[in-house]
Design a protein around this ligand. Structure first.
Ligand code: AMP
Length: 211
């Protein structure tokens, strides 16, 4: 059986871009807990209303709620997954193993990057509201301004938590919580580190060689 992938990295380190490549080229399914939560907010569900304030401040949603959402949205028997944005702390890493993967093989990939560069990257990030394609107004502009290259949609939006003060808080939360998660996977011999400042195709080939 092939391995699932667990992407760990600061906001803006390129996890979403790589996930898009693995979906398109290798048939993985991408599951982002951030996307699942944003969908709930867009639907104005009870859960969405509960989490909106926490997310707008760049804080973490409760472990219990996120694992429930994750379990409701995956079918490990039928697909090979990329977990993006989960786990965010050691309790989530343990829950992923014991309550979701239950022995299915997985490899964790850590996207290493100098976080000083990320504020600029994130304030310039735009996402297609229709298909989810990711752009950067400096380094990866759409060919026609305001129009998605992939689907032609004209709703390129900035995430509400991609504002400078919230970004700084999200980066701090990440830095405060990531070390034990890396140690957890390192100790289990399931951690691969990639230099997230390399070109996307180089990173893609490196990760591909591990699964
Ligand atoms: P992301 O799209 O991964 O940057 O996540 C956006 C926001 O969603 C985070 O700042 C958190 O508020 C929330 N979130 C996403 N994934 C998790 C998670 N695994 N645990 C707790 N909160 C999460």
């Amino acid at each position: 059986m092939k391995s699932h992938l667990i992407f760990i990295g600061a906001p803006g380190s390129g996890k979403g871009t790589q996930a898009g490549k693995f979906v398109a080229d290798k048939g993985f399914k991408h599951i982002s807990t951030g996307d699942l939560l944003r969908n709930e907010i867009a639907k104005k569900s009870a859960l969405g209303l509960e989490v909106k304030k926490v997310m707008d401040e760049g804080k973490l949603v409760s472990d219990e709620l996120v694992i429930r959402l994750l379990q409701a949205n995956i079918d490990l028997q039928s697909s090979q997954y990329i977990f993006d944005g989960y786990p965010r702390n050691i309790a989530q890493a343990q829950a992923l193993d014991s309550e979701v993967l239950k022995g299915s093989p997985s490899i964790s990939v850590y996207f290493e990057i100098n976080t000083d560069k990320l504020v600029e990257r994130l304030t310039n990030r735009r996402t297609c509201g229709n298909c989810g394609a990711i752009y950067n107004l400096i380094s990866k502009k759409p060919k026609i301004e305001g129009t998605c290259d992939q689907c032609g949609g004209t709703n390129l939006v900035q995430r509400t938590d991609d504002k400078e003060d919230v970004i700084k808080n999200r980066l701090k939360v990440f830095q405060d919580t990531v070390s034990p998660v890396l140690k957890y996977y390192q100790d289990l011999g399931r951690l691969v580190r990639v230099d997230a400042e390399q070109f996307p195709d180089v990173i893609f080939n490196l990760i591909s060689s591990k699964v």
